[in-house]
Structures are given as C-alpha cells and as structure tokens.
Write a protein that binds this ligand. Structure first.
Ligand code: GLN
Ligand code: ZN
Length: 757
C-alpha cells in the first residue's frame, strides 16, 4: 500500500446533497429565477456540505467522501474537471453560468442530453466527446471541497468518477470516434490530478468505476488493468481506492486486484457473496465491503452482514465497512416519518440510519460481535418481525396468481381480437388519440393544495376534478379526436396515485430523493403483498365516458413501471412482486370492462429501465416483465381493446419484448427517432396496431400540419393504414392548454389529410 495510506475502517461511498429538506433544490431554483444571488447560493451549498461531513464524522466514520456535493450532477462535474464541456457553452465566461447552461440549456444553447445512471432512478448528463475535446485538468472544485473539509478537521476522501466510467457513459459527437478510444489520453489528466491531490496532502482518493460491473464495454477487465496499472504505478499520489457498485465485478475483480491500487470497493448487496473473493492479489489490498444497501430502504441484517465481513478477513489485507453505493439514492432519514407504524419503521433504514449501521458493523469487526450485541439483537428482532408479519404473506393473493398463471393468462389470437374490436368500436382509419394526461392547470394544483391543507373537503375536490374532466372531454370533442381520455387531473404521479390506493405500499412524508438536477421524487415503499381493496379509477373514467359517445380510454400504470419507480421489498424475487402488482391491475381492468369501458391503456414507460446490467440476466428479466404485463391485461374479453404506451428510451434491446406484450395498440415515442422504431418492430415480428408519436411533447414548439402529415406518410411506409394510430409522443401534462390545443388541431387535420390520400 502507498506509504501515506493508513487503511480506514468505516465509510459510505457518497451521500445525498439535495438537503434534508431540499434546501439545495430551493437555492438553485431561486438562483435560476434571479431571486437569490451567487453568494446566497454558495453559502447554502457550503453549509449543506459542512453539515453532511460533520454528521458522518460524528456517527463514527473515519474516512469521509467529499466532492460528492454537486450543483447539478457528478458526471457534469467530471466533464468540467477534465475539460470536456462542449464548445457551444465555452464562450460563456462565467463558470457557474457555463455549468448551468450545459445542464439546462438557455435561449441559445442546447443542454447536454440526460439519461439514467445505470439501473437507478438518478439521471446524469451525458458528456459529449468529439474532435474538439482537448482534455485539460481543472481541479478547482475538488480542491475547494478538500480544503473546506480539511479546515473543519474532516478526514476527507475526494470522490471522482473514474476515467473508464466517464468515457463509457459519454457520447461521441461531431464525427468523433468512440469516446473510450480516448482513454489513454484522459488517464493522463487523472494522473496529473493525483499529483495535485498528493501535493495538497490528500491521503485517500476514490475513483468510481461502476461500469466495471456491466457489459457496456466488451473489454472492461482489460481496461481496468491497463488504467489502474498505470495510475497505481505513479510515485507521487494519494492512496487509490477504486469503488465499484450495482453488481458483481466478475473477471474485472482479479484484473483490478493485479494492479497496484490500494483499495477496491465491492458491492456485496447487488453483487456476489464474499466467497468469490479468493483472489490471491487481494491479500495486500484494503477491501471496502459494501454490505449496507446504499440504494434501497431496508434495514441491514447486522448478523448476516458481520458474517460476510468476517468471511473476507482471510483473503483481504484489511477490510473496511461501507454502503454498497452512494446513499444518494435513498432519503435522508426516517426521523420525519411520523406516520410509520412501529413494525414497518423497524424494518427500514434511510441514509442516516445506514451510516449508523456502517459504524456499528465496523465496531463489531474490530472489537468482536459482543461489542455490538445490543445492535445485533435489535436487528434480529426486526428481521424476525418482518418475516412474521402477516402483511408480507397474503395466501389468497398468492393462490390466485398461481391459478391464473397456471391456466395460461392468455387472450385470443391478435387478428381475431382486431376483428371483433373493429366491429365494436367502428373507428375510422388512422384513429387519433392522446396518451392520457392533459395540462396540469393551475386550478388542478390549487385544488390539490386546498385539499391537503384542509381548506376543502373530499366532495369539493371531486367536484373540481370532475369539472376538469368535463373541460378536457369537451376540448377533445371540439378537436374531433376519435378516442378520448379523461386527462388524469386526479393523479399527482402515475405511480404514486396507484401506490396510495393499493395495500402493501407506504407513502413517505419526506422521503425525497434526487432524480436529476433540482428535481426530486418521493418513491413509495412497496413492503408487503400487494392487493387492491377497491376499484381505483372506475369512477373517474365512467364519469368521463358518461359525457361523450366517443370511446374513453381507461388509464392504468403497468406492473414494471410501478416497480421501477418505487422502493421494492428485497425479500423475494422481483418477478413475484411484479405479478402481485399485475394482479391488482388486472382486477382494475376487469372492473373497467364491467363498467362499459371498451379501451384500456396500461402504460409501461419504464420497461427498459429495469433491464439488468449484465447480458446474461436480460432474458430472464424480459420474460417475467412480459408475463407480468400479460397477467395484468388478459382478464378482459377479446372485444376490449388493450393499449400500452412506451417512451423515454432506446428501445433496441427491448423491442422483442414490446412485441411480446401483445397489446392491441402500442403508442411509442418516435418523433425524435424519426420512425425508425417502426422498422425495428416489424423486424421483431410485431403485427398489432401501433401509434408512433408524431410530435415531440418535450418541446413547446407547435408542429405544423405538413410536418405531422409527412411523419404519417413516412410511418405508412412501414405500417399499413389499418394498423396505424395517430398520437403525440407522450402525455401532455407538462404543456400549456394553448400549445396542446394548437398541436392537436394540427394532428387531427394531418390525419384527415392523409386519410383522404
Ligand atoms: N398516461 C401517462 C400520461 O399521459 C403516461 C406518462 C408517461 O409515459 N410517462 O401522462
Ligand atoms: Zn410517455
């Protein structure tokens, strides 16, 4: 190990930064709106950093991550660090303005693209690497945070996205080659950084390389050995800790272990059991063992975790206790959750509680199990209570799933369904529709706030929502759309709305986590067996249908999407949980059908999101995801038309699964990919109806009639008219009523023009 390095014993890989009460969110939003000045923003940021570090130190951690603070995103911070911002923002002289322009764009500048950070719900900004990119070190932020921390007496360990991960997640622009081909060049900048950090007296540095647990690159082990062989061999550097998380390292572990780095972080929650660590080269390394789940909300089984840790002692030079990944992905603390019942509370650990677990485990590892016998007893009691709780095993639900799945959960052949549905619905060719939501008007927001504050009662709230529904139905009638929707005014969020009505879910009061930039979400916690005590949407949809002779689509969220946007129980396979959610959705479809609803849409925008990081695991996932959708949608007669909707993703790897969902109609984001998705669907053997989005709802621009007509004609080259639907890309809730009205007018006119030939 490097001479300056004393191994640490207890840490986390990173922590949340948005603030325990979303202080950073408010501060940056106020700054953007001109309500706070630079100094105000910086002082709130500095205070949040200080509080974070001091809390971690007080809890007993002896190495504290710094530089995990960010005004927006750690990948963007890394792009700044290595001089890889796109040229279009480089003319902006002020550094912070340039940073925010890259993140959010401005009148003249397009922002960087955003996409999901591995399989989490955090979104990062995608660095652009092109011929113009000339890497150059710009360490001001890292050094600033190190200095701040050292002044406070904090044992600071700067955290930086590693070079392999940075380039693997970047995108090539302007005809530049594959970003990863620039690795050796970029590593030069990291080498310089190590030199600068060593000169400042930094003892430990953490480079995050989560990409090593994926199959994104074909040759991850080889790259790991090359990069860390080179960086590890540097004479003047801090001790080097390479952190990996979100899965098992497989062949990248021995490769990394052969390099002269000082510490390797291994995810022992999502990854392997410790038995694999029989790599001889680990004998002189510090293994940073991620035994406390950093991305889910469950309390750690301390006895089990201590067992894993002691199991490592024989093979590693030293062992430190850690969370499996940054706690960025979980809420700050259970403290404010006063509505939790005692049992449920005892099963949970948010960020602060996880830090306490890490510290306890480190004490147990050092002083023996007896030193933490009280903590272990508590944790054992929680484990036992969770196992015994009747809410976690509903025999009736489980039996129903077995019997429905056993009997095949099948609908009739697709072509036969199409025939009977055509007979029933009598729709024109190229039917026009929308995806579900209409603009969230001020009236809707006010009504929701009034209800929450007790200024109006439930009956008045319902009256106001019905008025919104009536407006939206009237608007669609005026526009001449063929299949109407109720507009979703009553839904705060397409997952939370259902979670609040299903048994087995708990909605937190303050469980916010950063989704991207200043945007936070509050995922519900799915803790038990899921069931539907009563119908969830039938009243609203029936009301909407009572106002019109045109068909109104029932609107539901699919099982995979509900799982993807919740914290999900970890005590059974995800598939089992998905089937339970699917059964609840199935019950809802049956009730909608009985109420006379002829078309039901089950949205699965998150189908791609849960795709495993390793190729070998993908098929199994797609199999159960499809099966869950079919379970949810096969309870209705062939005369009921099932729609689904997908968006926000590259569909490539899941295109076969989309076809297998076998929905009667699939609306799919396509405006930005110029209809390529239709060819892909054809190739996957898809022969049902499809509504490729004909305009992009993410932009305020109103598309022209000609432009939409041209898209439709392009679509008709791939799909015959009797299978083609006409709709926007996604829901309309973020747009204004004026934009929506104008865009849909053009959409209806374009459909009429193309129908006429
Ligand atoms: N039905 C939802 C809506 O229109 C679908 C949203 C989504 O695709 N994310 O808002
Ligand atoms: Zn969508």
């Amino acid at each position: 190990m490097s001479t300056t390095a004393t191994p640490f014993t207890a840490t986390v890989l990173g922590s949340p930064r948005i603030g325990p009460n979303r202080e950073l969110k408010r501060a940056v939003e106020n700054y953007w709106a001109g309500r706070t000045d630079r100094a105000g923003l910086e002082s709130i940021a500095a205070q949040l950093r200080r509080e974070t570090w001091q809390t971690l130190a007080a809890a007993g951690l002896d190495s504290i991550p710094v530089n995990t603070f960010s005004y927006y995103d750690q990948m963007l911070d890394t792009a700044v660090l290595v001089g890889a911002l796109p040229p279009r923002v480089c003319s902006i002289a002020d550094e912070l303005d340039r940073y925010f322009a890259a993140a959010r764009g401005d009148d003249e500048t397009a922002p960087l693209e955003m996409t999901k950070w591995f399989d989490t719900n955090y979104h990062y900004l995608v660095p652009e690497i092109g011929p113009h990119t000339t890497f150059a070190l710009n360490p001001a932020k890292v050094l600033g945070e190190v200095e701040e921390a050292v002044t406070l007496g904090i044992p600071a360990r700067p955290v930086i996205v590693g070079p392999i991960t940075f380039l693997a997640l970047a995108k090539a622009v302007d005809g530049g080659g594959t970003p990863i081909d620039r690795l050796d060049e970029l590593v030069g900048v990291y080498a310089e950084l190590l030199d600068v950090l060593a000169a400042r007296g930094v003892r430990w540095v953490q480079f995050d390389e989560p990409v090593l647990v994926t199959d994104f690159l074909g040759n991850a082990p080889e790259l790991a050995e090359r990069v860390y062989g080179r960086l590890g061999a540097l004479g003047h550097r801090p001790a080097l800790f390479v952190a990996t998380y979100f899965g098992a390292l497989a062949d990248a572990l021995p490769a990394l272990a052969r390099t002269p780095v000082d510490a390797i972080g291994i995810d022992l929650v999502a990854g392997d059991s410790p038995a694999f660590v029989s790599v001889p080269e680990l004998a002189d390394k510090l293994v940073v063992a991620g035994v406390v789940d950093g991305r889910n909300v469950w309390r750690t089984d301390l006895a089990g975790a201590l067992g894993k840790l002691t199991g490592l002692l024989g093979s590693a030079g030293a062992v430190a206790v850690s969370t499996s990944c940054s706690t960025l992905h979980v809420p700050y603390t259970l403290d404010g959750e006063v509505e939790l019942d005692a049992a449920l509370r005892s099963w949970l650990a948010f960020g602060a509680e996880k830090v306490t677990e890490v510290a306890a485990l480190a004490r147990g590892l050092k002083d023996g199990r007896e030193a933490i016998s009280a903590e272990i007893a508590d944790s054992d009691a929680a484990v036992a209570s969770r196992k015994a709780d009747s809410r976690l095993r509903n025999g009736r639900i489980r039996a129903r799933i077995t019997s429905i799945v056993g009997s095949g959960a099948k609908r009739g052949p697709a072509a036969a369904r199409r025939a009977v549905q055509a007979e029933r619905l009598k729709l024109p060719a190229l039917p026009t529709t929308t995806i579900g939501s209409y603009p969230q008007t001020t009236a809707i927001r006010v009504a929701r706030a009034d209800l929450r504050a007790g200024r109006i009662d439930a009956a008045e709230y319902e009256r106001r929502m019905k008025a919104e529904i009536a407006d939206v139905i009237a608007l669609q009638e005026r526009l001449g759309l063929d299949v109407l929707v109720h507009g979703e005014p009553e839904r705060n969020d397409m997952v939370q709305y259902f979670a609040e009505q299903l048994d087995g879910f708990f909605a937190t009061q303050n469980g916010w986590v950063q989704s991207y930039g200043s945007r936070c979400v509050r995922p519900p916690i799915l803790y038990g067996d899921v069931s539907r005590p009563e119908p969830m949407t039938v009243e609203w949809i029936s009301y909407a249908q009572s106002l019109t002779d045109k068909p109104v689509k029932g609107m539901l969220t699919g099982p995979v999407t509900i799982l993807a946007w919740s914290f999900v129980r970890d005590d059974q396979p995800l598939a089992d949980t998905a089937f339970q959610v699917a059964l609840a959705i199935r019950d809802e479809t049956v009730d909608l059908e009985s109420a006379g609803i002829a078309i039901i849409q089950v949205d699965e925008p998150a189908l791609r999101e849960l795709l495993p990081l390793r190729t070998k695991d993908k098929d199994a996932y797609l199999r159960w995801a499809v099966e869950a959708f079919r379970l949810a949608t096969s309870g209705v007669a062939d005369t009921t038309q099932i729609h689904t909707h997908l968006c926000y993703s590259e569909f490539g790897e899941v295109i076969g699964a989309i076809a297998d969902l076998d929905a009667d109609v699939t609306s799919i984001e396509a405006a930005r990919s110029h209809m390529e998705v239709l060819g892909d669907l054809n190739q996957a053997g898809f022969a049902n109806s499809v509504g490729p989005g004909v305009y992009d709802i993410h932009s305020p621009r109103v598309p022209g009639v000609d432009e939409i007509a041209a898209s439709l004609r392009e679509a008709l080259r791939a799909v015959p008219a009797e299978r083609l639907w006409v709709n926007p890309d996604c829901g309309l809730k973020t747009r204004s009523t004026d934009e929506v009205t104008a865009s849909l007018q053009h959409l209806v006119a374009a459909a009429a023009e193309v129908r006429a030939g």
